[in-house]
Ligand binder design. Structure first.
Ligand code: AMP
Length: 418
């Protein structure tokens, strides 16, 4: 068989049980927490008109310039697999005429053509929230704390929060001019990418991970020091609120993040447990994006968390728990119908139940139960049926007990510790 048939495409992951179940657990935990904060689910297409991403992330951003999966469909339209969530969510809310303010959350796959490595994939998953139409610095603080709460909830203890403000259309031009001036004097010390960025997207140079660029820009002007009174007031209010609520954070004057639509607040969650790809998630304000995409002049702020990196950084249970599954085994075909009936009763009570119709003999059914990781096996035998009981075997401890037919649901549930 050729490699193409047997191997997944470079930079993609498969999620098989139990990883797929673990992934689902993180997604559910995220959506539940988001709902507690008032976010409601949104689903948008996996591809959009290419223009949607160019208009939002910016032509000079790495995502748009180098990483998009863009294709022409059969009718000649340029479409792009979504590299991030915000533009599609904004497009959808505007198209539907959604009443603002509105809080939305999503989980799903995203696509970027970048060099795959641990924690960086070409198809990856994000967990995101967008608060459309909210301006208050309390919202920024709430969102930053929401992300931190999620990481604490999934057991990531060593997550630090970096925060910056990159100003607005009033204060950024002055800062930008100072930065370009600074960079022009050091062009020879910058990497090829940053030499190009210095002229077209100078803020991104501050974000470059190249050690040469970092050294050359150690003394570079930082947007935080050029904020206009409004931006300064907004930023200080966020920091005061975070302090009041005992949320720890680090000020990072270099944190600009890769997408052009951000203004004012940018923030990022970093984990020491990850290698080079140590950013667990991040977000920021995008007060101009709704208007630029043809909507009302309304502010907004969002946050996106990388699911694969969260799964890498979160602690794993040492021994994966047995599944909440009750295997129903029958002695011979004479007890098959009774076994199907009790499986039905279990399922109707919400207890996952499964049978092996192909295996002959009780031993092989036990083996199937064990291979599936079932928590217990309920045995239906002629002797038991005659006495109105079942034998329930705890596959974790190996112990068996006999239970009366009318209490079997409760007994199995107790075994699962429901
Ligand atoms: P961004 O949309 O670039 O702000 O990314 C938000 C988060 O998504 C990052 O902090 C990562 O956790 C995750 N992420 C971004 N790109 C990738 C990728 N190529 N592979 C895996 N995770 C990613």
């Amino acid at each position: 068989m050729s490699g193409e048939l047997r191997n997944r495409p470079k930079g993609t992951l498969d999620f098989l049980p139990p990883d797929s179940e673990r992934k689902r657990w993180f997604e559910t935990a995220f959506v539940r927490l988001a709902e507690v904060y008032g976010f409601r689910p949104v689903e948008t297409p996996l591809f959009e008109h290419t223009e949607v991403f160019i208009k939002s992330a910016g032509e000079t951003s790495d995502v748009v310039g180098k990483e998009m999966y863009t294709f022409t469909d059969r009718a000649g339209r340029s479409l792009t697999l979504r590299p991030e969530g915000t533009p599609g969510v904004v497009r959808a809310a505007l198209e539907a005429g959604t009443r603002l303010p509105c809080r939305l959350c999503y989980t799903g796959p995203f696509f970027r053509y970048s060099r795959p490595q641990k924690g960086r994939y070409r198809q990856f998953h994000q967990l995101g929230v967008e608060a459309l139409g909210e301006a208050s610095p309390y919202v920024d603080a709430e969102l930053i704390m929401f992300g931190a709460e999620f990481f604490a909830l999934v057991g990531i203890a060593d997550c630090s929060v970096s925060i910056n403000s990159i100003g607005c259309t009033a204060c950024r031009p002055d800062f930008r001019a100072q930065l370009i001036d600074f960079l022009n004097q050091r062009l020879d010390q910058l990497c090829t990418d940053c030499r190009r960025r210095a002229a077209i997207n100078p803020l991104r140079v501050l974000d470059c991970k190249n050690p040469g660029c970092r050294a050359a820009t150690a003394e570079a002007p930082q947007p935080m020091n050029y904020l206009c009174p409004e931006c300064r007031g907004h930023f200080d209010a966020i920091l005061d609120e975070l302090r009041r609520r005992n949320q720890r954070f680090v000020l990072d004057g270099r944190l600009v993040r890769g997408l052009d639509y951000y203004n004012r607040t940018t923030f990022e969650y970093i984990s020491a447990a990850l290698g080079a790809q140590d950013s667990l998630g991040g977000g920021g304000r995008y007060d101009y994006l709704l208007r630029e995409m043809g909507g009302p002049d309304m502010p907004a702020i969002g946050l996106a968390i990388g699911l694969e990196r969260t799964m890498l950084a979160a602690p794993m249970a040492e021994q994966p728990p047995r599944r909440r599954l009750c295997w129903v085994a029958f002695f011979s075909t004479a007890e098959r119908q009774a076994a199907i009936d009790i499986a039905d009763r279990l399922r109707a009570a919400g207890i996952p139940a499964q049978l092996d119709f192909d295996a002959t003999g009780i031993k092989r059914q036990f083996r199937s139960a064990d291979a599936a990781g079932a928590a217990c096996c309920l045995v239906v035998g002629p002797d038991e049926l005659a006495r109105g009981v079942y034998t329930v075997k705890d596959l974790g401890t190996g112990s068996s007990l006999e239970v009366a037919a009318n209490t079997v649901i409760e007994e199995v549930r107790a075994l699962f510790r429901y």
